[in-house]
Write a protein of this length. Sequence first.
Length: 120
Amino acid sequence: MTYLTAVLSLIFVLSGGAKLAGLDFEIQAFERWGYALWFMYATGAAEVAGGLALWWKRWSAWASAGLSMVMVGAVGTHLLHAEWGMLAVASTILGLSVWRTWHGFSTLGAGQVPVMTAKA
């Protein structure tokens, strides 16, 4: 699982970093898709934060769950804009993120999963 964590972390930190740096190809893509630039920066921040949080056992399952949600958006975007090559890449990353989420939650002990409960 360490290799998968390393690969996903690298993918999301580099991809998010490109968005946060405002690289031209990222700006052009978000404009082409009709998304506001603030959304590019928010997505980049989520990717970098999630990519780094994958390394903290207590938060890794939650981080990969959040990154999976980001990738659902990416898959939808590439599907709507008929970007088939990027759809294949995004779908693969989504699948790996979901697998990492499942594995992360299955290995956490009951005391390690943050749970919100209502007290009467």
